[in-house]
Write a protein that binds this ligand. Sequence first.
Ligand code: NAD
Length: 343
Amino acid sequence: MARIRVGVNGFGTIGKRVAEAVRLQPDMELVGVVKTRPDYGAIYAARNGIKLYTLRENINKFREKGIEVAGTLEDLLGSIDVIVDATPGGVGASYKPVYEKAGVKMIFQGGEKADVAEVSFSTLCNYEQALGKRSIRVVSCNTTALLRSICTLNRVARVKSVRATIVRRAADPKEIKRGPVNAIVPNPAKLPSHHGPDVQTVLPWLDIVTSAVVVPTTLMHVHIVYARLGTSITLNDVLNAFENAPRIILVSSDLGLKSTADLVEYMRDIGRKRYDMPELAIWLESITVRGDEVMWMQAVHQESIVVPENIDAIRALTEAAKTPEESIKLTDETLGLLRGRIP
Ligand code: NAD
């Protein structure tokens, strides 16, 4: 079967990770990526054999710096089946007419409004709804994380309501303009935060209320989650559900994984490129059950958690995998994702 031809527009935090993940898929081919600036990222891509495309008006800027470009965005769109838009939040929507004109299928990221695409997407929650669609929005890092644990729990007992507090990293490590300040900032002060409604773009039936604060760190987000279920449940039921779910790791404070810094250190120890942790980490000791109430704390590596979902979204759009399980198996094996208790 012919491989799915994929292009990525935007080669920043998310774009470079998705592009590299596409290259690892046996059923996909990365045709090229679009860069607007002829910077170190462009040189990195070129040196690693990734074909560069740019906007028509920027071609000379690349040539002046001696960086070879294969063509324009339109040239790339003419030779692919799926475009993954990984441009800054809000910019993706402005490209939609260009993608539509080229007749390619489209994936947008969580920084876009939900109406940019036909379906907001989380593999563990609504893969089937995205099958054969023209456009998908992979929800944000925080929403992806909440959906992974909520939909996993929902398989064991119906989740009736969720209340979650999101402790957000101030910026990604490379973002020098948004650097952490020495403060804790309500985000926003007016409750609730936008994360609950974002979860509802995938699970419209869920009663969910969220709040968020920004803290001075760049490593990860942490969520404190309370869920009320339709029935009582045991701690063992919850542990089994999280332990056997794909893309969730149970980490133990007892074994020294006490903080996001320890998680980063462990990801470095096991040789993860850029210390990426696309798995959702749930602290084992935090999982608490009281009748129909379940509580837990989870850590989210914002730079990489949405990468597996982007890969699955490509298969859903093209119907290359008819079930989430089929896509998860391929994605998780090729990306070397862990599950269960670690280390
Ligand atoms: P980024 O700023 O790291 O990367 C964006 C890339 O797009 C950069 O390479 C930039 O040069 C390029 N770009 C800028 N303007 C462009 C244009 N007009 N056309 C083409 N390329 C352009 O951003 P990011 O963090 O990768 O975010 C991309 C999307 O992913 C956003 O919707 C964001 O909300 C979402 N997202 C980000 C994170 C995160 O934590 N970084 C997590 C999940 C989802």
